[in-house]
Ligand binder design. Structure first.
Ligand code: CP
Ligand code: NVA
Length: 330
């Protein structure tokens, strides 16, 4: 089925079959890239990449993928454009639609990227909002499928702040693809009731089991994938560290927690990660609270069970699939 002309704003908008179609395309484009087969499927097109928050992976993935597809990417950084300050999202959408064939947006509320898409006449892709990070989930699912050879029936456990972009999106992605999902955190860090209900409705159709636990030893039983994310996300105030460390430290992914999952379980993280003191924030927060690492220990992060760099590379292959499928004739 053709996805040409579609936006990619959240996984709720896509069926499980469509998500699998994007994963298959990503796997095909990855194989072509690895074997040096050119795939300039969108030659001559241009894409705008709006980043109201910082990025390494997502920006590089869009830029390299655009180049591989024969497109010209233009990066609009968090401070160097008129967006929001002097020009509304609705006006920006119409201006950029006149010059570009597609628009990526990373920023704050999901309502902003939805508004951008409403006013744009070209496909809009969500490069992360507070609520959702759908392109990350494609990379995660491709990585799990590459590692285990299958998705449906596997179990992914998300440790930590499950009510933000990563927890929300993983829950929906797992539900859509028949992957069993458990969120493990204090109950106030679970996704909203409304989103949990929506996910349960999807899961009822796909056979995915969704669970919400406060106890790691119950959540991690039978886990194939142990997943976490930073405890304080981009755009959140520094003051929340205190409460987050107190609430989420029992959910730090360390060797003890990994031993509660299946022996063959893998570790995943969207990155960036505070697993040591080699970053400014990791060092400042680590020293203040007397911790060597925050959401994951260096031991687990650097272990052979960690798929984090394969996962990061897959951002590029999956983002390439999203752009090719929604922009070009395949
Ligand atoms: N995982 C991810 O989105 O990374 P960046 O913030 O570096 O884009
Ligand atoms: N929850 C993180 C994800 C980073 C990819 C954030 O929003 O900062």
């Amino acid at each position: 089925m053709s996805l040409k002309g579609r936006d990619f704003l959240k996984l709720l908008d896509y069926s499980g079959e469509e998500i699998l179609q994007l994963l298959d395309l990503a796997a095909e484009l990855k194989a072509q890239k690895k074997s040096g087969v050119p795939h300039m499927l969108c030659e001559g097109k241009s894409v705008a990449l709006i980043f109201e928050k910082t990025s390494t992976r997502t920006r590089c993935a869009f830029e390299v993928a655009a180049h591989d597809l024969g497109m010209h990417p233009v990066y609009l950084d968090p401070s160097g454009s008129q967006i929001g300050k002097k020009e509304s999202i609705a006006d920006t959408a119409r201006v950029l639609s006149g010059m570009f064939d597609g628009i990526e947006y990373r920023g704050f509320g999901q309502d902003i990227v939805e508004e951008l898409a409403r006013y744009a006449s070209v496909p809009v892709w969500n490069g992360l909002t507070n609520e959702f990070h759908p392109t990350q989930i494609l990379a995660d699912m491709l990585t799990i499928r590459e590692h285990f050879g299958s998705l449906a029936g596997r179990k992914l456990v998300y440790m930590g702040d499950a009510r933000y972009n990563m927890g929300n999106s993983l829950m929906i992605g797992c539900a859509k693809l028949g992957v069993n999902f458990a969120a493990c955190a204090p109950a106030e860090y679970f996704p909203s009731e409304e989103l949990m209900d929506a996910a349960q409705e999807i899961a009822a159709e796909t056979g995915s089991v969704l669970e919400f636990w406060t106890e790691p030893e119950l959540a991690l039983r039978g886990a194939d994938v142990v997943y976490t994310d930073i405890w304080v996300s981009m755009g959140e105030p520094e003051e929340v560290w205190d409460a987050r460390i107190k609430a989420l430290f029992p959910y730090q992914v360390n060797a003890g927690l990994m031993s509660l999952a299946k022996p063959e379980a893998v570790f995943m993280h969207c990155l960036p990660s505070y697993h040591d003191h080699k970053t400014i924030i990791g060092r400042q927060v680590g020293k203040k609270y007397g911790l060597d690492a925050l959401e994951v220990t260096d031991e687990v992060f650097e272990s052979p069970r960690s798929l984090v760099f394969q996962e990061a590379e897959n951002r590029m292959h999956t983002i390439k699939a999203v752009m090719a499928a929604t922009l070009c004739d395949l």
